[in-house]
Design a protein around this ligand. Structure first.
Ligand code: GLA
Length: 533
């Protein structure tokens, strides 16, 4: 009898293999050695953590990587240049450890540096780790890591290429270094290796071409200040994440001494912002509370959602934030919402359904506490404790067209955080008093590619729309507006420091549209865009 594919089979494939269907990876999950052990790691420690990942059920919850961070290096063979492993910490090398990790059905991650020395050799006095970085050894080291040893993931740090963090004062260009390393990985023939770029700031939009994730901040530590600062630095980076590439908010400090509310905010916001989830605590001594939090299947589902979207700021009063993202299907009636209170006081945070493009009766599920909290028809209002966060899944009856798009949430083609944007000509978001959301995008223009793009502008019907831009300028200027592949429309700006609104009539098509602003000279500060049918 010939087997016929039934509707149920298709349902199973669509439901169980969303990644295969969409063809990209969700954020990396697993455990990493650095936060608890720094360079003081060894083979049995790593193997025990791998065992514990399985025994605690965390593997089943989705955590499938064991990542060895700095500390395993043992210098290089002077004659051959081959990498050596630490004689005391890994006397039998990495192969037995790797084999153990793989035998548990887990993937394994390794660590190196884009320059010559590692960070541990500079900051942790791990002097044996000098001259062990990838610089000049890209091909051989990648062959060793990914073919001989079989690693599946690599974090590439930057101390050896940042003159402030190496004795030789070597400075290199990150885009070039990481591209060379990506080429060396590709030359091994493996196309499934995940590279994490660790440049401690958003390095530039080129990073999506070489890495599956990139650190956006300096190192995390187990304190509320650290978590709060990292969230703040990632609030406006959602446009750069997605399709298998993610902003990395750093390894988790859950279970390492913060207050329960802070641990919850930390984990929940990492999930909402689609950061990799790399547990950083000792898995052999997990408290029940920590295990329960990091195993929460509803938060993990939010992080591993097949759309791979990072939430964006839908509303803020400058101190508290409402973030939102689509889950499961774009533009549907189901949306995840975070009410985030970084202040030291209880704050009532409210968001109208209309502010997140939902309408009708909406059911509300609290994903942190895993319970239904009822239905709403106008607004979600919650008293959020200090340093606390509520994460809710809302299912409304209708999805409405979005009318307001903030500039600070848009894609800036030349956005980067490494160099002075004035020197290198890159647009950036910045606070401005009187601006909607308290933020504008500054420094668009001068170079054609230094533009601002709203990539997901959805309208209900084909037609001509009045698209307006609020800008703040101090002199006359001109901006060019493009919809999809259409010709540019020139909009003259008078130059009003209190703000002015300019309009364009744009032809938009039902479904998704791309709207872009570029400028020959420096554009005024751009605050937001509105779309009226
Ligand atoms: C840097 C990285 C950390 C860690 C250490 C290792 O500081 O940002 O995450 O990898 O190096 O030395």
């Amino acid at each position: 009898m010939r087997y016929k594919i039934s509707k149920f089979d298709i349902f199973l494939v669509v439901a169980l293999c969303p990644l295969a269907v969409l063809g990209f990876d969700t954020p990396t999950m697993g455990w990493s050695s650095w936060n608890t052990y720094r360079v003081n790691i060894n083979d049995s420690l790593i193997c025990h953590q791998a065992d514990a990942l399985v025994e605690t059920g965390l593997k089943n919850a989705g955590y499938n990587h064991i990542n060895i961070d700095d500390g395993y290096f043992g210098g290089r063979d002077e004659a051959t240049g081959m990498l050596k492993f630490h004689p005391v910490r890994f006397p039998n090398g990495l192969k037995p450890v790797m084999d153990h990790i793989h035998s548990l059905g887990l993937k394994a991650g390794i660590y190196s540096d884009a320059g010559a020395n590692t960070c541990g050799s500079f900051w942790d006095n791990d002097t044996i780790a000098r001259n062990v970085g990838l610089l000049g050894h890209e091909i051989n080291d990648c062959q060793l890591f990914f073919i001989e040893l079989g690693f599946d993931f690599i974090k590439v740090d930057y101390c050896g290429a940042d003159g402030n963090q190496n004795k030789q004062l070597y400075y290199y260009e990150p885009a070039e270094r990481y591209a060379a390393i990506a080429r060396a990985i590709a030359e091994t023939g493996r196309d499934d290796v995940r590279m994490n770029v660790c440049r401690w700031a958003f390095p530039g939009t080129w990073v999506r071409d070489v890495a599956t994730s990139w650190r956006t901040t300096t190192d995390i530590n187990p304190s509320w200040e650290s978590v709060r600062n990292i969230i703040a630095e990632n609030l406006y980076l959602s446009a750069y994440a997605g399709n298998g590439h993610y902003n990395d908010m750093d390894m988790l400090e859950v279970g390492r001494g913060m207050k329960p509310e802070e641990d919850r905010t930390h984990f929940a916001m990492w999930c909402m912002m689609s950061s990799p989830l790399l547990i950083g605590c000792d898995l052999t001594t997990l408290s029940p509370e920590t295990l329960e939090l990091i195993s929460n299947p509803e938060l993990i589902a939010l992080n591993q959602d097949a759309l791979g979207l990072q939430s964006y700021v839908a509303k803020t009063d400058g101190t508290t934030y409402v973030l939102v993202k689509d889950v499961e299907r774009r533009d549907s009636t189901t949306r995840a919402v975070a009410l985030y209170n970084p202040t030291d006081f209880v704050r009532r945070i409210s968001v109208g359904l209309d502010e997140i493009q939902l309408a009708g009766n909406a059911s509300v599920r609290d994903l942190i506490n895993r319970r239904n909290v009822g239905n709403i028809s106008d607004a979600l209002s919650v008293d959020v404790p200090p340093h606390g966060t509520g994460i809710y899944l809302l299912k409304g009856e209708c999805r409405r067209m979005r009318k307001l798009y903030e500039a600070e949430c848009a894609f800036l083609s030349r956005y980067q955080e490494l160099y002075n944007p004035g020197y290198v000509g890159s647009a950036y978001y910045a606070p401005r008093v009187g601006a909607s959301g308290g933020m504008v995008v500054r420094n668009v223009g001068l170079t054609p590619s230094n533009d601002i793009i709203w990539n997901n502008v959805r309208v209900d019907d084909d037609g001509t729309y009045t698209v307006s831009f609020k800008v703040f300028g101090d002199r006359p200027a001109e901006i060019m507006v493009y919809a999809n592949d259409g010709v540019g429309i020139k909009l003259p700006i008078k130059g009003n420091p209190d703000g002015e609104i300019v309009n364009a009539q744009l032809q938009l098509t039902k479904g998704n549209n791309v709207i872009r602003i570029a400028a020959r000279d420096k554009a005024p500060d751009i605050d937001y865009m509105t779309i009226i049918p």
